[in-house]
Design a protein around this ligand. Structure first.
Ligand code: NAD
Length: 489
């Protein structure tokens, strides 16, 4: 059993999709594992008028269990109808908080989880402080959902608003990719293995490719997505986080502040493109019709002349000693060939290939070594190396060494939200984005957006089921390279 933690959770947006689909089931997992036991309470709050009983029924449905244990778990749930813009309501919330703190012996520990539209984040944080919900008795932490701003300026304004009420170490900015098992494994692989980390630089690595491929279209998120696009929705947060974990130096120790310091340092050496560079190093796409899929512009809630990108590919360069000259290629998009996230680390070939040296008895050139990190849906890694094949004579052929997490074990792997809620309870910020990381990521992404906003794209430009527009292949092929994951043409 895990060690028990105590806290009051207040979920703003407590009747929303995310709360029911991810947050309450994750809390139930923590309950079943013993992290939460007796000393916790949950207040769901939103505009809907619900009684505690009605709310509990909905929570029970969301966790999909009516066991005795589930019943005990949901008896810790309470509901407050509340409009977050109404200052007066915070005193009601405070009363509830004080009463529940006493009832469940919560020692003043509180987690305020803002699972609602980001334009409310500043307002809620301000009232939590001004109306006295934040106290010094235990910990008071603010967990906030994405997106964190829509460009550097808006993110900065939001951060300044939050900073008036909460210190940076009290703010936990969710990036659920950081809760994924194999993303966390990047650090184990790199810093736990001399054979990997000693090669992890521009002398041995030719390029690194990060692909976040989605099979679905925009579905019911269209009205949100159309104002965001793939660059803001996926690149600024998830991809930049993955890239900084791949690029960073070894932290002094495995602590949140040491890891963040290294990620920030890596992001500081990421080359921020000027207009011309941004135009050459990034490409965008929008999907057309294909099979049963409508063109993006004909999806519900998408304007017929939308120029929102549903695909991005780009090349990132770090100007530092470790990475100078080694590009990181990234891509992400909707309605692509398959749903997966992976990182391909492409090593350089031996400087001299003796096997294809004139006069050698073999004829085939050596293949490239590739280390692939499979993030999802399968979790594991594979290393492609050259060996002699079994035939008579001497010929090299690539073989692959693989490790995959057993699907049975995978089922036991905590869901990202469970892990992140657990980390927030422990006060461990390792797997959340710090303000500095967020700000460097926005500064980089803003340059690309700036160019794109000036130019009319040639949309639609890719077919569902493909790996994006032809320009994404051209981007890497012009450097005499290829995507490791590609469809047979
Ligand atoms: P949602 O629209 O389903 O829920 C919003 C919640 O906010 C509801 O409970 C609603 O009653 C409440 N609300 C709205 N206005 C209010 C007001 N003035 N006062 C009090 N309550 C109010 O949204 P969601 O999908 O659950 O998303 C919540 C947050 O999580 C957003 O920031 C979103 O970007 C983020 N997010 C969601 C998902 C997801 O899968 N749904 C994934 C990643 C991030």
């Amino acid at each position: 059993m895990a060690s028990e933690r105590s806290a009051l959770f207040i979920f703003f947006g407590g009747t929303g999709d995310l709360a029911y689909r991810k947050l309450y089931p994750s809390l139930f997992n923590l309950y079943q594992k013993g992290t939460l036991r007796e000393k916790f309470a949950v207040v769901g709050t939103a505009r809907d008028k619900l009684t505690d009983e009605k709310f509990r029924e909905k929570v029970q449905k969301s966790i999909g269990s009516d066991s005795k244990e589930a019943e005990k778990f949901i008896s810790h749930f309470y509901y407050e109808a509340h409009d977050v813009t109404d200052k007066a309501h915070y005193s009601v919330l405070k009363e509830r908080a004080v009463e529940l703190d006493k009832k469940y012996k919560l020692q003043g520990n509180q987690i305020f989880y803002l699972s609602m539209a980001p334009n409310f984040f500043g307002t809620v944080a301000g009232y939590l402080r001004s109306e006295g919900l934040v106290n010094d008795k235990g910990f008071s932490r603010l967990v906030i959902e994405k997106p964190f701003g829509r460009d550097y300026d808006s993110a900065k304004a939001l951060n300044e608003a939050l900073a008036q009420s909460f210190d940076e170490e009290q703010i936990f900015r969710i990036d659920h990719y950081l809760g994924k098992e194999m993303i966390q494994n990047i650090e184990a692989l790199r810093f736990g293995n001399t054979i990997i980390e000693s090669l992890w630089n521009n002398r041995y690595i030719d390029n690194i490719q990060v692909t976040l491929s989605e099979k679905l279209g925009v579905e019911e998120r269209a009205s949100y997505y159309d104002k965001s696009g793939a660059l803001r929705d996926m690149v600024q947060n998830h991809i930049m986080q993955i890239v900084s974990l791949l690029a960073m130096e070894q932290p002094v120790a495995f602590t949140d502040s040491d890891i963040r310091a290294e990620k920030v340092k890596a992001l500081r050496s990421l080359r921020v493109y000027n207009v011309a560079e941004a135009a050459t190093n990034f490409v965008r796409g929008q999907y057309d019709a294909g099979g049963k899929i409508n063109p993006y512009r004909e999806e519900d809630n998408v304007p017929a002349d939308s120029n929102t990108e549903t695909f991005v590919a780009g090349k990132l360069m770090f100007d530092n000693y470790r990475w100078s000259g080694t590009p990181f290629y990234i891509r992400t998009g909707k309605v692509l060939a398959d749903k997966f996230t992976r990182v391909d680390v492409v090593f350089k070939k031996p400087l001299v290939d003796i096997f294809s040296f004139p006069g050698s008895s073999t004829s085939k050139p050596l293949d490239t070594n590739v280390l692939t990190l499979y993030i999802e849906p399968k979790a594991g890694f594979a290393l492609k190396i050259n060996a002699k094949n079994n035939d008579q004579g001497f010929q090299t052929a690539p073989v692959t060494m693989e490790y995959f997490v057993d699907p049975e074990d995978s089922k036991k792997t905590p869901e990202p939200y469970e892990r992140l809620l657990h980390d927030a309870l422990k006060g461990d910020g390792t797997n959340f984005s710090s303000w500095q990381e967020v700000s460097y990521a926005w500064k980089f992404v803003d340059q690309i957006r700036k160019v794109w906003d000036l130019q009319q794209p040639n949309f639609p430009n890719y077919t569902p089921g493909s790996m994006g527009p032809a320009a994404a292949d051209e981007l890497i092929e012009r450097d005499h390279r290829q995507w490791v994951y590609r469809l047979n043409k």
